[in-house]
Ligand binder design. Sequence first.
Ligand SMILES: Nc1ncnc2c1ncn2[C@@H]1O[C@H](COP(=O)(O)OP(=O)(O)OP(=O)(O)O)[C@@H](O)[C@H]1O
Length: 445
Amino acid sequence: MSSEFAIKVTGLGKNYHIYDKPHHRLLQMLHGGKKTYCRDFWALKDISFNIKKGETVGIIGRNGSGKSTLLQMICGTLTPSTGSIEVNGRVAALLELGAGFNPEFTGRENVYMAASLYGLTIEEVDAKLDAIINFADIADFMDQPVKTYSSGMYVRLAFAVIAHVDADILVIDEALAVGDIFFTQKCMRFLRDFKQRGTILFVTHDTNSVISLCDQSIWLNQSRMQAIGTAKVVCEAYLAALYANTDYQGKNTSAEAKPFVPMQDFRDVRQDFLNSSNLRNDLEVFRFTDSGENFGTSLVQIRDAYLRVPGKQAVAWFVGGEQVELQVIAQTAIELISPIVGFLVKNKLGQNLFGDNTFLSYAKQPQRFAEGDYLQAVFCFRMPLMPSGDYTIGIAVAEGTQESHVVHHWIHDAIVFKAHSDSVSTGLLGIPMLNIELGAYEQSL
Ligand SMILES: Nc1ncnc2c1ncn2[C@@H]1O[C@H](COP(=O)(O)OP(=O)(O)OP(=O)(O)O)[C@@H](O)[C@H]1O
């Protein structure tokens, strides 16, 4: 049935006339009938596919392969040279930086303008304005012209608008790369939620996010569609081709590989790393924030939370393998019977990596706290090895049991930290190996 597709692309192509010298354009206009002063360049050729309603599709491909051209044609900002596009539903797009907003207008004025282009009335925007400002989290700048915005602020506002225009189809071009981890996490939460009810098409160079978020993937190669199919299969084929064609191959030679480090030496490695690297001191300052997304009854408030290596101050980066303590301090405004304090570590894509809570340890002897009391939970564990990058920890205080509880305070991204381990080349998490050996195999006769 035709209404089951969200986007149908048939024989799509985009041709540009390329003039090697600027005056050739004029010559073409004057003498074009007799001689050709330009050559054809197909930015996109022979593209056909169907995207079903509710699918999330990632478009991958090397620089210049035609990804942005495809998105622009789907959004109607670029006219195809050949073929057709049918779109079934309201499309909201976050295309390359700068698209959409008028730089002279304030953030607030641009919200009204952009939302009206998506068909919202002034009354509808009035009703959504607080939610948009809250999502963008740039309330202080809403009355400044957007030409004064940083690229991160710009994307925050643009994303907040497309998240609130009741779109059926979201088209996003690499925009999330600009945001900080708090904003990226917020967008990932939104996209995972939107996925349940809408269609998403996005361009990225990050195959991890395609595998994590998408059902399908389209691989564009030199203006043509190389493959379409299950995200994992297409991404693996793309990476295999990418590595085979570049000098990535053979990079992980033994000369470059890091020596194996037994577990007990991880502290020293950490110290060596600190001594040898250009890490700035402010990376050592942990970040606890309760201004991010919060929810719960508010009858208990998380007052502080931090990670530290035992006996040391709070720290914000790890190589993996070190013993760490996660401390959570909260205050209750009620008499608290059987509280549960828990945490959840996520990567930049918002994927849940690991977490735990106090429930099982205290199930048989629930702790009680009186109104006004402070409570403290301490989780001691060995930090796993994680691919280098930013991570966040969500913290929660609830009351009841694991199955049935009331959340008093949940902060999505209460702590942010960095991992600097090079040892994990694949996978979301690595484990500190106890031993690795390689030697000649002696065959007994
Ligand atoms: N207006 C234009 N005139 C001529 N060529 C163009 C024009 N716009 C884009 N192209 C060319 O079309 C090709 C596809 O560009 P496009 O921006 O779609 O690639 P992309 O896959 O999005 O690349 P990237 O990953 O670098 O963003 C490129 O070779 C680009 O130089």
